[in-house]
Ligand binder design. Structure first.
Ligand SMILES: Cc1cc2nc3c(=O)[nH]c(=O)nc-3n(C[C@H](O)[C@H](O)[C@H](O)COP(=O)(O)OP(=O)(O)OC[C@H]3O[C@@H](n4cnc5c(N)ncnc54)[C@H](O)[C@@H]3O)c2cc1C
Length: 118
């Protein structure tokens, strides 16, 4: 089994629009972050279900194709170089301790990701 991944301040499950903007905001506030998604690409429903559909209700865009919105959101999010782990389903959240400090571990089909406790 691989050694556990390093500790991040924030682990975001799901790289849809919510997760991508969360990753951007984490970076903007100086928090370390990773994204995990079951799918093999970012964008959630926009990428998986309707990449060619226009969206009309995003502030600042009279209309934008879903795939173009995802492209912009990914570029915005990944300027902070957060790792993204695709094709990995999150199965469990375990709570334990390490060196006397509480720790959460997010378990996927392939790996275990540590996160500092709040
Ligand atoms: C056909 C259609 C058209 C739409 N049109 C519009 C529109 O015009 N305007 C609008 O505002 N909204 C629209 N929506 C709604 C919009 O797509 C959603 O509100 C949006 O995708 C929610 O974003 P999200 O990031 O919260 O979730 P999602 O896009 O659902 O992303 C969640 C991500 O989490 C991942 N995930 C979930 N569980 C796990 C797990 N256990 N482990 C790893 N990964 C996991 C999924 O793989 C997914 O990639 C539409 C929806 C559909 C279906």
């Amino acid at each position: 089994m691989k050694p556990m991944q390093d500790v991040k301040d924030i682990t975001i499950i799901g790289a849809g629009p919510t997760g991508l903007f969360g990753a951007f905001y984490a970076g903007m506030r100086g928090a370390s972050c990773r994204l995990i998604d079951n799918l093999d690409q970012v964008g959630g429903q926009l990428t998986a279900l309707y990449p060619e559909k226009y969206i009309f209700d995003v502030a600042g865009f009279p209309k934008v194709l879903a795939k173009d919105l995802v492209k912009g959101m990914a570029e915005q999010a990944f300027q902070f170089k957060q790792p993204v782990h695709l094709g990995e389903k999150v199965l469990d959240l375990q709570h334990g301790s390490e060196d006397g400090q509480p720790r959460f571990t997010i378990v996927t089909e392939r790996d275990a990701y540590r996160r500092a406790a709040c």
